[in-house]
Design a protein. Structure first.
Length: 328
């Protein structure tokens, strides 16, 4: 379904409802029919390090989606997790707060807040949440915790019952991913991702990354256009451009919110109304256009390829005729 362009940014008190359907992924819907499952594919969050300015730019949409509806301007997908660290997220909303809160608690005991500390805190919080959820879903009816299940589950359930229960637990997926942005004590910027089952990855080498359904388009644009040592203004524009391009993906909202993060933790919030001006400029002048003379060059290229194909067919025809004549 094609989204309609608004003449001006929507009010904070209004949001659009767009109806669509999407295949469910990684969840046993029949077991929990009353729950609205949120897909990690239904959003986009983009971040890039601006090395000359010693800052990180983060951009996301504001849409939340389920299998039946999506609502734009309905969520701010940016949370502070430490003095110099922010996170964006994509996926099911329910795990976000408990995982972020648990990571904050762990980071409170790590005053340096280096990248390794943040990665470990989020990984441990993610694993803790996953274990807790599997215990509540599968083991709580039997009054069991995970250590007891692993130690005595086979005795309690029998071989086949234990195997079936373990399969359900192993198949459980926490459908959320975090895009972490921040600075170590030495002022070096970092971009990390954390996803199920608590796996983290560094994206410092390219200096950018994206998550959500629009991630491929956004990352592709950054690889194509973002320069490693670009100034703040250019990095800012390229991150916005990556988000705008990703809006063709399912569930990516048209409205945009973002931030500029400094090494001391100072954060400049980029409001949707202001970013709408950047989008308007990109629509008028930034979208790739066919350059002058390209059509004529393409006609020439196609003509050469057509002539080569014709010559190849004639050569094969001549060879086939000679072969048939020799056989007679």
């Amino acid at each position: 379904m094609r989204k309609r362009e608004c003449a001006k940014p929507c009010s904070r008190n209004l949001f659009k409802i767009i109806h669509f359907t999407k295949a469910r992924r990684g969840c046993n819907v029949s077991s929990y029919p009353e729950r609205l499952w949120w897909s990690s594919d239904m959003t986009v969050c983009v971040a890039a390090i601006c090395r000359p300015d010693h800052s990180i730019i983060g951009i996301s949409d504001t849409m939340v989606s389920n299998d039946y509806f999506s609502a734009d301007y309905h969520a701010t997908k940016i949370k502070r997790v430490g003095a110099r660290w922010l996170t964006m997220f994509a996926g099911e909303l329910s795990p976000v707060t408990p995982i972020v809160d648990a990571a904050r608690t762990r980071l409170a005991a790590q005053p340096d807040e280096n990248a390794s500390d943040v990665a470990a805190a989020f990984a441990e919080a993610f694993i803790e949440y996953r274990i807790g959820e599997t215990e509540r879903r599968y083991l709580s009816p039997y009054g069991m915790k995970m250590p007891e299940f692993l130690a005595k589950g086979r005795e309690y359930f029998g071989d086949s019952g234990f195997a079936a229960m373990k399969y359900e637990i192993d198949s459980f997926h926490v459908n959320v991913e975090f895009l972490l942005c921040g600075f170590s004590t030495n002022g070096v910027g970092h971009i990390l991702t954390i996803k199920d089952p608590g796996v983290f990855a560094y994206h410092d080498m390219p200096g950018f990354h994206a998550i959500g359904s629009g991630d491929i388009g956004a990352i592709g644009m950054l690889y194509a256009n973002h320069a490693r040592l670009a100034c703040l203004e250019e990095t800012f524009y390229r991150v916005c451009e990556a988000k705008f391009v990703s809006e063709i993906a399912p569930g990516v909202g048209e409205l945009t919110i973002g931030f500029i993060l400094r090494p001391d933790g100072e954060t400049i919030v980029l409001a949707p109304d202001e970013l709408a001006k950047v989008k308007s400029l990109w629509k008028r002048k930034g979208r790739p256009k066919i350059p002058s003379g390209a059509a004529e060059e393409i006609v020439h290229v196609i003509a050469i390829a057509t002539d080569q194909a014709k010559r190849a067919r004639e050569k094969r025809a001549t060879a086939n005729s000679a072969g048939m004549g020799g056989g007679n």
